[in-house]
Design a protein around this ligand. Sequence first.
Ligand code: PLP
Length: 400
Amino acid sequence: VFSNVESAPPIEVFQMSKLYNESTDPNKVNLGVGAYRTDEGKPWVLPVVSTAELQMANDRTLNHEYLPVAGLPDFRSAALGLLFGSDHKVITENRVEGFQALGGTGALRLAAEFSKKVLQFDTVYVSSPTWGNHKGVFKAAGFSNIKEYRYWDAESRGLNLPGMLEDLMAAPPKSMVILHAVAHNPTGVDATKEQWGEIARVCKEKQLFVLLDCAYQGFASGNLDEDAWACRFFANQDVDLFVAQSFSKNFGLYNERIGNLAVVTKDPKKLPEIRSQMEIMIRIMWSNPPNHGARIVATVLNNKAYYDDWKGQIMTMASRIQKMREELADNLKKLGTPGNWDHIVKQIGMFSFTGLTPKQVEYMISKHVYMLGSGRISIAGLTPKNVQYVAKCMDEAVRA
Ligand code: PLP
């Protein structure tokens, strides 16, 4: 049965972690995986998460019964409140519903399955470049047309807004478009509020069905409301909308697989039908979702003191990342590395799209600095101890 099975290509980001783990070089650095690290280069369990877990462990009323198919109710409503603000009209007018999913990836997959099988969409636009999984998720859900819209402008190392708008204007009727809600992965370049206005105008005019991918709320500015701006702005437009939320990064709950798909509808009367179809999709895919991550997020978001602690801890992560951006750029400046490196400081969120070429990346990897072939580095992997070494390797790579 298995004799004709051939090896699939390695998943780049996990391949980099494997090479890093196998390397015995004392200077090795992992800038591949998008996961937060402390100044010591260690994973961080947020103190508020530990507090919630202790509380849960001591709560004898909890059990391991199946959750409802759509997920833990306290989690679903808290996730929507976090995303839109609890007094947003889509909440008060009962025009939104959340569906717990297996991380942001699961929320995207649920959106893709629903769009293909229930709404009969077949075309989706993703940014060029985009997070490595978008195309695969939509392909797996059966989308035949996976198209790109221009996003990154290599020359200015910024957003190619005219190109983006032109491509979206040319999208055929009944197209979906995935927009990164905040902290674009991999470029770290976000639209300004004014530019979002233009993007929304085109989406509305062309009746594009928007799916906002919100994997980094809090990671861009350190402020949860500010980072939800684009989601709230789109929800204000009285359009039908999907938002895929991930709690992997902002809660550090990577392996708990906790996400939420927010479905916003113009017509609240359609929610029961939407809900019933979503539940069928979920039932077929994972039957019902896991409890632990959802319970942690709900415990924190529904307790004012914990919520405030969490906001402080997000700020700790966002500030450390910003500090590392500055230190990397300073070190490159000190070395007189050819080129302009201001974009490293200006880019937003967890990543920097450095502009290093595939050949320069190869050099970095030969020096045991593991990063993606696109030139993307996870700034969270930099520490006060390794930043000088990384800058030195970048300097050598550029001069080679
Ligand atoms: N969307 C984007 C843009 C991401 O960068 C990621 C994770 O890296 C995800 C979605 C998925 O996150 P999760 O790990 O919660 O599935």
